[in-house]
Design a protein around this ligand. Structure first.
Ligand SMILES: Cc1cc2nc3c(=O)[nH]c(=O)nc-3n(C[C@H](O)[C@H](O)[C@H](O)COP(=O)(O)O)c2cc1C
Length: 340
């Protein structure tokens, strides 16, 4: 099974005028898919693209890369990085996308999936799925502004009806999108019910552009099943890539993890967040990561409590040292109660 999976994943895929060499990608995740975490992933490899945290299109023209916590990247990752933007105004989105392109980044992703109230109140994210004409106008405007790959990430819509995402996917393709990432959940459901993978198949069949399936891929069996049953071109991995940053390298058979990987990864990310962020931001980001990472351990609560209570990075380091002073008991599959 696993070699079948890796041979499916380690195949090039053309997206617009570009080609990626693997079909597994990191899904965009706010406060998780940041520059430090992406550097950690780069050490493992196994992915075709990394989607960054969502950025407000309005703010991008005012962001200074050297000071920004999210509109920032390493030179070495630009060719595999996709910046996700959110906004409601086509011209503002087009301007932001152009800035992304001018910075030599691989691609732009439009966020039409976030159903958090603060985003939807501004008619952004998943709110745009209620106004497909406006969503299509955004895709068209961004398409006119850039020649680099243009992605759209969206979900089922606001009612559990597969004809909605099929119609949306066709509109996005007609408006100029080069690829889609589809998470088959209704807004505002935040992962409480399982995603409906059968809708991925409907979407993938409806368009000619590549579709990345997304939602609840937690091991190789899930990944292979998503590819086989839906016919999607690739898979976007969210929480599992946080819990096990080597997950994509493992799926593509670049790496076989050994028990020491948990300790090494925990300390490596601590170093990286310290390097890339000020102390307050580094602590906040590490704690967010720790929620998903703790799901690996039999004593997940104890790990998460230790990290969650740390008042500063020094204390956090001490807690990691104490926790890993004995080899922790790990789970075959992470404890899903920690996967919010
Ligand atoms: C903490 C967190 C933050 C997220 N932030 C974003 C985001 O900024 N943009 C986006 O399109 N999706 C975001 N998502 C959704 C993920 O990209 C993905 O669609 C979702 O987690 C399902 O994939 P998974 O089951 O592999 O985790 C976020 C998810 C989580 C858990």
């Amino acid at each position: 099974m696993s070699s079948d999976l890796s041979s499916r994943l380690n195949r090039p895929l053309t997206i617009g005028r570009a080609t990626i060499d693997r079909r597994l990608v990191l899904a965009p995740m706010t406060l998780l898919g940041h520059i430090a975490f992406r550097e950690l992933l780069a050490g493992f490899g196994g992915y075709g693209l990394l989607f960054g945290e969502m950025c407000s299109a309005r703010r991008i023209p005012h962001e200074v890369r050297a000071d920004s916590a999210y509109f920032c990247w390493r030179e070495a990752e630009r060719h595999q990085l996709v910046m996700q933007i959110f906004g409601a105004d086509p011209s503002v989105m087009a301007t932001a996308a152009r800035i992304v392109q001018d910075n030599g980044i691989f691609g732009v992703d439009l966020n039409f999936g976030c159903s958090v109230a603060t985003i939807c109140k501004q008619q952004c994210g998943a709110a745009l799925l209620r106004t497909p004409d406006q969503a299509a106008r955004i895709v068209e405007a961004v398409r006119r502004a850039i020649s680099i790959p243009l992605f759209v990430k969206f979900r089922t819509g606001w009612a559990d009806d597969p004809t909605i995402p099929v119609d949306l996917a066709r509109r996005f393709e007609a408006a100029g999108a080069d690829a889609l990432t589809f998470h088959p959940r209704v807004a505002p459901d935040r992962r409480s019910r399982p995603p409906r993978w059968e809708y991925i198949q409907r979407v993938a069949e409806a368009v000619k552009i590549p579709v990345f399936g997304n939602g609840d891929v937690f091991d190789g069996t899930d990944c292979l099943r998503m590819l086989e049953t839906t016919g999607c071109a690739g898979v976007a991995i969210g929480r599992m890539a946080i819990a096990r940053p080597w997950f994509m390298a493992q799926m593509t058979e670049l790496l076989t993890p050994d028990p020491g990987i948990y300790r090494q990864t925990a300390f490596a990310l601590l170093d990286l967040v310290e390097r890339h962020f000020d102390a307050r931001r580094a602590l906040r980001r590490y704690k967010k990561f720790a929620l998903y990472f703790s799901a690996n351990f039999k004593f997940a609560h104890s790990f998460y409590k230790r990290i969650g209570n740390a008042r500063n990075l020094e204390a956090l380091k001490g807690e990691l040292e104490a926790f890993f002073s004995r080899e922790p008991v790990t789970m075959d599959r992470p404890n899903m109660n920690f996967f919010q």
